[in-house]
Design a protein around this ligand. Structure first.
Ligand SMILES: Nc1nc2c(c(=O)[nH]1)N[C@H]1C(S)=C(S)[C@@H](COP(=O)(O)O)O[C@H]1N2
Ligand SMILES: [Mo]
Length: 258
């Protein structure tokens, strides 16, 4: 997921980030480290590409710009992620996955089923027609990838909390786990699953999700890093046991967000 993007020979961006993070005031420093945040998050938070800088000095200068408002929404679970006007939408919106865009799964909408498992009252599978009939909302929010980019996009779908209510999920359970058509997976804590901005997404920019952005359904979580926004979701399970996920199993921090 971290493709090497160091533009300055001889400078290790991760080490630079680690040095810079030491200068953050507490409790932000602890929260930043607990969130498993690395160069990507630092780049996002500071609005600067620290890798462009020739020295740690540059990173330090940037960290000192780290402002209270940004700290507040990233680390306070009661806050909402920022929303943006239409004019802020990044076009074209980036594609990202562990494979190339042309290899995105091509799912037949008539065959699609969402399987429900775990601590729920109603385990009936969902067809796309039934999912599309759910109440929907639109959000314009930022997706932040740990590779060091972020982009503002517009997503439409059903609040996951509403879906969990309809299937009679036990919201005292610890996790919601998602499985994807091509083998990807991710899991989130129940607080994040119930967060008002966590969305079961069916549309990107007013159009049915194209394959590259996760047709027919993805989960959009603006309070989490991009890799915790699974595309092509075919399974949802409410669980008390930790299950990890695709990148989590590779060592990426599971929490990765608020
Ligand atoms: N099924 C699936 N979901 C996925 C991924 C993936 O490889 N497969 N990549 C994740 C990563 S790392 C990012 S940054 C976002 C990118 O979403 P986008 O293509 O809409 O920009 O999707 C996430 N969800
Ligand atoms: Mo990502």
């Amino acid at each position: 997921m971290f493709r090497s993007r160091s533009s300055v020979p001889g400078i290790d961006a991760e080490l630079l980030a680690k040095d810079a993070v030491k200068l953050l005031p507490e409790p932000t420093r602890r929260a930043f480290l607990q969130a498993g945040a690395g160069v990507g998050a630092l780049v996002f938070l500071t609005g600067c590409d620290i890798i462009d800088g020739p020295s740690a000095e540059n990173a330090l200068r940037i960290v000192s710009r780290f402002n209270d408002r940004v700290q507040a929404w990233l680390f306070d679970p009661n806050r909402l992620a920022p929303t943006y006007p239409e004019t802020a939408i990044t076009r074209p919106f980036p594609f990202n996955a562990y494979y190339r865009e042309e290899n995105a799964p091509d799912i037949d909408e008539d065959d699609y089923k969402l399987l429900i498992d775990g601590l729920v009252d109603d385990k009936r599978t969902w067809t796309l027609d039934r999912l599309y009939a759910l109440p929907q909302e639109t959000q314009i929010t930022r997706l932040i990838c740990v590779e060091g980019w972020s982009a503002v996009g517009k997503w439409t779908g059903t609040p996951l909390s509403e879906f969990l209510r309809r299937i009679g999920a036990d919201t005292r359970a610890k996790y919601v786990h998602f499985t994807c058509a091509e083998g990807y997976s991710s899991s989130i804590d129940m607080a994040t699953a119930l967060h008002p901005q966590t969305q079961m997404t069916f549309k990107y920019d007013g159009e049915v999700l194209p394959p590259k952005y996760g047709f027919p359904m993805r989960v959009r979580i603006p309070t989490k890093l991009g890799f915790k926004n699974p595309k092509h979701v075919i399974g949802l399970a409410v669980l008390n046991n930790y299950t990890g996920g695709y990148w989590e199993d590779e060592g990426y921090n599971w929490f990765s967000g608020l």
